[in-house]
Design a protein around this ligand. Structure first.
Ligand code: NAD
Length: 329
């Protein structure tokens, strides 16, 4: 199988490429990535050494370039990771989020139709469902819950999901959608909560935490997410949505404390800052549908977090650079 992986120089896409190259060494992988600020040099070094991997720099919004690539490569499947992915940036300026996350997905699906790609896999997020109240652990979103996004980022992802399902219904395109909870692991851009706190603590900076840090997120190691995408890509039913939850809910403040403990640092650096507008309280999804297909998370949070802290300690050259984004986590 030849798979076009868009956004493969980013956090989850790069981990997915690594997973695919090891799990399916006979597949051909083509990575299309615009190399925005979120993609860092060195991330795909391991993949470049493999003969069945090709990298193309390009923008999914650029229909001419995307169609030319499809004509040349004729991929069997597309896994779309390419996105603007940071909520704070979407609050500052929603435009690139709508352009890449919605219109870029449309370009890819039009190319799939034009060149007969067998499957389009849209990588989505649990944030499309909106949030749940605190103190109600019995509540979780199933796949048929209506989209109720809070941020421009989440609204752009929900819009892309709706467009993807419409392409299935209207044009018969074979699509699947996975909606994952919060990921962590190696190669995550240091603007996101866990790497932001690790790298900030290593740099001796104050660690800004929104509100009182009581928001609850469901953490999933990126390797478990990659296994889920692989499973759905190969065995998911056309037109279906699959939730991918970690089953590991933690308050943000607890995660920050766990990181400081793993680094042997005191909690004095924690600084509470004004909350993000529209900040979601709690995310939780019901992943029973995917679990019935034989998937379940394998990496316990404590182990995954310790491994991630160690990875950032050992890969300073990857994240330590002038101009590191100073965005609140
Ligand atoms: P990321 O920001 O680390 O990577 C995004 C990648 O897309 C980058 O390499 C960037 O260069 C590329 N890109 C951006 N705009 C592009 C364009 N117009 N054309 C081509 N490439 C472009 O994001 P991530 O955390 O790896 O997330 C990947 C996907 O998974 C996103 O769609 C995101 O919505 C989704 N997701 C992420 C999480 C999470 O916790 N990180 C959870 C659930 C779902």
């Amino acid at each position: 199988m030849k798979i076009l992986i868009t956004g493969g120089a980013g956090f989850i896409g790069a981990n997915f490429i690594d997973h695919q190259l090891n799990a399916h060494p006979d597949d051909w992988l083509v990575c299309l990535d615009a190399l925005t600020y979120a993609a860092r040099p060195g991330t795909l070094d391991g993949a470049f050494a493999r003969p069945n991997f090709r990298f193309v720099r390009g923008d999914i919004r650029d229909a001419a370039a995307v169609f030319a690539l499809f004509e040349q490569e004729r991929p069997d499947a597309v896994v779309n990771f390419a996105a603007e992915s940071h909520v704070d940036r979407s609050i500052d300026d929603p435009t690139p989020f709508l352009e890449t996350n919605v219109l870029g997905a449309q370009v890819l699906m039009d190319a799939c139709r034009a060149f007969g790609a067998a499957r389009f896999h849209q990588v989505s997020t649990d944030e499309v469902y909106g949030d749940l109240p605190l103190g109600r652990p019995d509540l979780k979103f199933a796949e048929d819950a209506p989209p109720r996004p809070s941020s421009p980022y989440a609204a752009s992802k929900a819009s892309a999901d709706l467009l993807t399902l419409a392409y299935h219904r209207t044009y018969g395109l074979d699509v699947v959608i996975t909606r994952s909870s919060n990921n962590y692991g190696p190669f995550q851009c240091p603007e996101k909560l866990i790497p932001r706190m690790i790298t900030g603590a290593l740099a001796g900076e104050p660690l800004p935490v929104y509100g009182r840090g009581e928001q609850v997120r469901d953490w999933l190691h990126v390797a478990d997410h990659c296994r889920a995408i692989d499973r759905v890509l190969r065995a998911g039913r056309p037109g279906e949505v699959y939730n991918v939850g970690g089953g590991c809910e933690r308050e943000n403040i607890q995660v920050v404390r766990d990181i400081l403990r793993a680094l042997g640092q005191s909690e004095r650096s924690i600084t509470f800052v004004a909350d993000r507008p529209g900040h979601d309280l709690r995310y939780a999804v019901d992943s029973e549908k995917l679990r019935r297909m034989g998937w379940q998370p394998q990496i316990p949070f404590e182990q995954g977090l310790n491994d991630t802290v160690r990875w950032y300690l050992e890969h300073r050259d990857w994240w330590e650079e002038p101009g590191r984004p100073q965005i609140r986590a």
